[in-house]
Write a protein of this length. Structure first.
Ligand SMILES: CC(C)(COP(=O)(O)OP(=O)(O)OC[C@H]1O[C@@H](n2cnc3c(N)ncnc32)[C@H](O)[C@@H]1OP(=O)(O)O)[C@@H](O)C(=O)NCCC(=O)NCCS
Length: 187
């Protein structure tokens, strides 16, 4: 199935709703309805409109006007021991519970990693848990061992990621050692 790339600057209310519906299904939260999730997407769109540079994108598989698989790529300028680097932050990777196991998660993550392969970002960076890390490792991601901080946060020495493991893509050389400053919240 084709993967569509939706630039956050061009999100329509219908697209925001489709993404919001899936996110609300996969990560239900009593205080966040599907409409709230859609509004979050539109807020992201409003915030970014008019800015120059790489925009966040959603990589999606659509079936019958529903987004059934999703991955967000959020460009983030991080500070490393080798200087500043714009990485592709991977977030909100999910497949509709009714269609898991059909290769759709792999499709959207491969499309996100494809942006790295095409040279748009030197690396993708993201967090996950031990249950799902194998899914990403199969696609070429490897864990990172760096201390990760957010110098702009309330606790500048606290890791801004909250999940069990941080991964990068691709593996191999070029990833800096030492502290990584996300210069913003985790994603
Ligand atoms: C993780 C998730 C996106 C996988 O989506 P999916 O569409 O079912 O995955 P795919 O069908 O593309 O699976 C691709 C491969 O990964 C494997 N895989 C799927 N989920 C896995 C997991 N949790 N751990 C290890 N491997 C996994 C599949 O077996 C398949 O392997 P194969 O090609 O050897 O058969 C989906 O289970 C999901 O939405 N989970 C809830 C949200 C979540 O945890 N997202 C990750 C946040 S970091």
């Amino acid at each position: 199935m084709p993967v569509e790339i939706w630039d956050v600057r061009d999100f329509t209310p219908a697209q925001a709703k489709q993404i919001g519906d899936l996110i609300a299904q996969v990560w239900p939260k009593p205080h966040l309805t599907a409409a709230d999730r859609a509004e979050q997407q539109l807020a992201l769109s409003r915030e970014f409109r008019g800015q120059l540079g790489l925009a966040p994108r959603s990589l999606v598989v659509v079936e019958d006007d529903r987004v059934i698989a999703h991955a967000a790529v959020l460009p983030r300028e991080i500070r490393t021991t080798q200087g500043e680097m714009v990485i592709g932050g991977l977030a909100r990777v999910c497949t509709d519970a009714a269609v898991r196991g059909r290769g759709l998660g792999e499709l959207v993550v491969r499309a996100a990693f494809g942006l790295v392969d095409a040279g748009e970002f030197p690396f993708a960076l993201f967090q996950t848990n031990h249950l799902v890390r194998g899914f990403y490792e199969k696609l070429g991601a490897v864990p990172v061992q760096n201390t990760i901080i957010n110098s702009l946060g309330d606790g500048p020495k606290t890791c801004p990621f909250w999940d069990e493991v941080v991964l990068r893509y691709p593996g191999g050389d070029g990833w800096p050692s030492g502290t990584i400053d996300l210069r913003g919240p985790g994603f």
